[in-house]
Ligand binder design. Structure first.
Ligand SMILES: [Zn+2]
Length: 233
């Protein structure tokens, strides 16, 4: 029998992802034919073996195993069961812990207990609570660096000698996205703050024409070139 390695499975999966509808159809057709041919060739015993259920196969294997194999199977099964039991106990403990803490808070009114008790799915364990806290503190500690040359401000930016990597490596002067190159629009004047979309369009110095289309999933796609017309405002 042919050995199938992990890398082979991965390769097949990748090529399956890449194929188009037509290629898929031909592949499925080939598969069906191959299976049909295999079945035509198989013996009575092979056929019985193929149609056997999982349970029957297990039963047959057990009947044929020797003492050593029997011992090994029993010990692995016991270990598996033990692990499952421990997991179950832990879950039950977590649930009862959570129930206790909710009972402590609203034991004053027994009647409303049934109504106000939060559904069990909303209760999080102590570990999960700690994890959430850790996540929030990490999120709070994220630093946003601003490049003084191009005004870019992102979290993962490392400043090299006071400016971002792109501005630092750029040797030309003035730098592409700098104020000296007229690329900094500056602060928005008070009068122009909070305009509606229509107002913004009316005062825009440039009127853009481009192809926008809606993709199947609801996203917006763009294609082709963009034409800019200067407007007389
Ligand atoms: Zn920069």
């Amino acid at each position: 029998m042919k050995q199938i390695t992990n890398s082979e499975i991965l390769r097949k999966r990748k090529s399956k992802e890449k194929e188009n509808a037509e290629q898929r159809q031909t592949r499925l057709k080939h598969d069906r034919e191959r299976k049909r041919n295999q079945r035509a060739k198989e013996t009575e015993e092979q056929r019985a073996n193929r149609l056997m259920t999982k349970r029957e196969r297990k039963k047959r294997k057990r009947a044929s195993e020797n003492t050593e194999e029997h011992q090994r199977r029993i010990s692995s099964e016991t270990a598996c069961k033990r692990e499952l039991r421990i997991l179950k106990q832990r879950q039950v403990k977590n649930l009862s812990d959570a129930n206790e803490s909710t009972q402590e808070t609203d034991h004053s009114d027994n009647e409303s207990d049934a109504q106000h008790a939060p559904p069990k799915v909303n209760i999080i364990s102590k570990d999960e609570h700690n994890m959430l806290n850790e996540f929030h503190s990490k999120m709070d500690n994220i630093q946003y660096n601003t490049c003084p040359v191009c005004n870019e401000r992102i979290s993962s930016m490392t400043l090299v000698m006071g400016s971002c990597r792109r501005c630092h490596t750029e040797k030309s002067s003035p730098k592409k996205f700098s104020m000296e190159n007229d690329m900094d629009p500056g602060d928005v004047p008070n009068k122009l703050e909070g305009l509606t979309e229509i107002e913004e369009m009316l005062i825009a110095q440039v009127f853009t024409v481009m192809t926008v289309y809606r993709l199947k999933g609801g996203q917006t796609g763009y294609r082709g070139s963009v034409i800019n017309f200067s407007q007389d405002i």
